[in-house]
Structures are given as structure tokens and as C-alpha cells.
Design a protein around this ligand. Sequence first.
Ligand code: RB5
Length: 147
Amino acid sequence: MKIAIGNDHTAYDLKLIIAEHIKKKGYEVLDLGTHSSEKCDYPVYGEKVAMAIKNKEADRGILICGTGIGISLAANKVNGIRAAVCSDAYSAKMCRAHNNAQILAFGARVVGVDTAKMLVDEFLNTEFEGGRHENRVKLITEIEERN
Ligand code: RB5
């Protein structure tokens, strides 16, 4: 499985740790930057990862900024993308199981390294349950199509 990863300057160090963590587990990593701690604008990287998912260049995405909020808001502007900001393992699991989120976002200024690894593990190890959740996710997509 290929994982696209994107971050702003606040999350450069954590991104490297997370990329290494998932490589060790056998995932292929597509690192879309930013590639240093020099100040940059998080929407750029939110869009890059979202587009990689939309264009099927990656199967799932991970986005990290200071809070996870700005970068996920940017990703969610791309049609068909569901990016979930999580800071606990339960939510990271359920955003896959119930919401079929393709992208996990979190904040480098919010969670520590061990929590970040747990979020990523839950997110990558959980499949969408489908069933009753299928129609709810479809209703989200319809909002996009209507507006
Ligand atoms: C950068 O200072 C910060 O605003 C950004 O990383 C992020 O937290 C935005 O949502």
C-alpha cells in the first residue's frame, strides 16, 4: 500500500519519524513535502496529498501541520476527499471504519511521537465497514455535488 504524506514546517521532524515508522511496517511512502523546517504554507501540502489520493497515485494519506486543522481543511476542499483530524486512537480507527476517510491529519503541536504512531497504526490497519455507513458517506459526497 502506498501512503502519501504531507506536512508544513511545524511538522517536518515528526513527518520524518512517521515516514520511517510506516516504511518499517512495509508501506511505500510518497513524501510530498515540505522537505525542511523553513516556513511554508500548509494548504499547498494539503492539496498535494489530496490530489495524490484523488488521482490514485497513493492509497491513503497522512497530513501533519501544527494542529492538523488547516492542512485538513485544505485537503477537504478537493472533491471526494475525506480528511479527518484526530488526536486519539479511537477516532483514528473510526474515521476509517465509519467515515471511510482516506486521509488522517494530526497536529505536531498537539500530539507526541508515540501518540502519532498509534494514530497512524489504527488508521492504516482499519478498513471501512461499509453497510449502514455506505449511505452516510454517500450523503457527504452529495453535499459536495450540490454546493
Ligand atoms: C503554522 O504556524 C500553523 O498555523 C499551522 O501549522 C497549522 O497549525 C494551521 O492550521
